[in-house]
Structure formats: structure tokens, C-alpha cells
Design a binder for this molecule. Structure first.
Ligand code: ZN
Length: 267
């Protein structure tokens, strides 16, 4: 089962570039099926209101729930105080299985990590080169799994990508996705040092070609068991924790967690 863990969908309400204007799946779906990709994780493009953007993604996921997973996009600063509400709707109404956060919006917050903990959700956080936060995420939220896309830098900052490999090696809850990584030897080094269980195939579609991105995984020449982990197994493991993990809601700690979120929101 090949799963693309990183693809955008829906319309943005900006007009700066493709990333906040439109993420059409028309060509993506044709390319993905030609490449043998079975399922895709969808989240919004940049948007000024993620409640609206997530709802649009939910409609796309619902149009073919066997083909798509959804992640809730949240803005660390603008959604402060309502992250829990956004994620609750995404999980309980849309069936989403993760959270997406981007450093270009704002740095990740305790409010987001605490919410991920409550719902046992992985957080795909684009650090945009600010890798050191991985140390804090690993120390403060060892029970929350974080996926760092592009090995830490879509901008191809090899220093940042090299540093992310260290975090993958050292911290059990830090993972990376392979989307947009251009320096192939860094990808090779990541697998060699951190292990195939720490990387997830992602394409950053529809803007990058999912078949081209998947070819990189195949070019690693790994034994099938390891290749299967990267191309889908690791993702399924991360969301099975989310789906089968002992949710704090079920254990009645929601009220305390909500209080914690409120307290964190003051800082
Ligand atoms: Zn992306």
C-alpha cells in the first residue's frame, strides 16, 4: 500500500503564489494513480481562515473516503484559543487523522501540541529551516509524534536537513517526510542513520509530481520490507496510534486538558 502523506487540496484565499491560491487535484490524481499511489493525505493550502479551508478539504475527503485521509490545518497565532475546537470538529465530524502546521504562519505552540496529545494525532510541522524546535518538541511532548516535512527545509537548506537527521536518530517521536528533498545523498543518509522506520513518503502535491517524488524512494534500492515502511507502513503506524491509542477524552481528562489549553493561551 503506497500512501502519499503530504498533499494540498482546495482553494486558498490569497493571490501570492500557487501555495495560497489553488491546489487542484485534477492532474495530481492522474499522476498518482499512474505511479501506483493508493492513498493520499490531504490538507489545505495557506488560507486566512483554516476553519473554512479544513471544511473544503473535508468535502474532498468525503468525496472518496477510501482514497483520502485528512489533516486539520491550524494557524498557531491566529487560531490561538480555538485550536482545540478546530481539531475537535476535524476529528469528530470530518474523520481527520492528523494536524498540519506551518512555520510561515507562526511558530508551533503548546496549545497545538497539547491538542494533538488529547486526540493522539500526529503533527506534520513544516519548520521552514528552524530545526532546533525539534529538541523542545521531543523533550516536552515525547508522547506526540511529529513529522517534519522536506527533512526540515523545502528551500533546500542542507544544514537544516543535516540537523534534522540528528533529531530523527535521537528522538523516537520525530519523523520526516521525503517531499521536495533534492539532495539525494541526504535522503540516503537519513535512512542509513535513522532507519527506514523514521521516514514517510510524501510528495507535496499537487505542486510537485507524486511519481517523480516516489521514484526517489525506489531509487534508494532498499529491501522491500524497508521500502514498504517508507512508502506507507510508517504512516499507517502513526495513525493507528491515533485511532487505537487511549484517548484522553475516553479517560475523562478532557476538562483538565482544556483548562491547560486555556492557561497556555495566556502566554
Ligand atoms: Zn506542502
Amino acid at each position: 500500500m503506497i500512501i502519499d502523506c503530504h498533499c494540498h487540496a482546495g482553494t486558498g484565499d490569497g493571490l501570492t503564489g500557487p501555495w495560497d491560491t489553488r491546489a487542484s487535484l485534477h492532474d495530481y490524481l492522474r499522476r498518482a494513480s499512474a505511479a501506483g499511489i493508493h492513498k493520499t493525505v490531504l490538507f489545505a493550502a495557506f488560507h486566512s481562515n483554516y476553519a473554512i479551508a479544513n471544511e473544503e478539504v473535508a468535502r474532498i475527503v468525503a468525496s472518496n473516503p477510501k482514497r483520502f485521509f485528512g489533516f486539520a490545518f491550524v494557524h498557531p497565532a491566529r487560531d490561538r484559543g480555538r485550536v482545540h475546537e478546530l481539531v475537535k470538529v476535524a476529528v469528530e465530524c470530518y474523520g481527520f487523522v492528523g494536524i498540519k502546521v506551518h512555520r510561515h504562519d507562526a511558530p508551533i505552540t503548546r496549545e497545538i501540541c497539547a491538542t494533538a496529545r488529547i486526540y493522539n494525532l500526529p503533527v506534520l510541522y513544516d519548520v521552514a529551516g528552524e530545526v532546533s524546535v525539534c529538541e523542545l518538541l521531543a523533550q516536552e511532548y515525547p508522547d506526540v509524534n511529529f513529522i517534519i516535512p522536506h527533512l526540515g527545509s523545502f528551500a533546500d537548506d542542507w544544514r537544516a536537513q543535516l540537523a534534522v537527521i540528528d533529531h530523527l536518530v535521537r528522538h523516537p517521536n520525530i519523523y520526516a517526510d521525503t517531499s521536495g528533498i533534492r539532495r539525494f545523498d541526504l535522503l540516503k543518509q537519513a535512512v542509513k542513520r535513522a532507519g527506514a522506520n523514521k521516514l514517510l513518503f510524501g510528495s507535496d502535491g499537487p505542486w510537485l509530481h507524486p511519481g517523480v517524488e516516489l521514484t526517489k524512494i525506489k531509487a534508494l534500492g532498499l529491501p522491500p520490507s524497508q521500502e514498504n515502511l517508507i512508502s506507507g507502513g510508517n504512516f499507517l503506524n502513526l495513525i493507528s496510534v491515533a485511532k487505537n491509542g487511549k484517548s484522553l477524552i475516553a479517560t475523562g481528562k478532557l476538562a483538565n486538558s482544556a483548562k491547560m489549553i486555556t492557561e497556555n493561551a495566556r502566554f
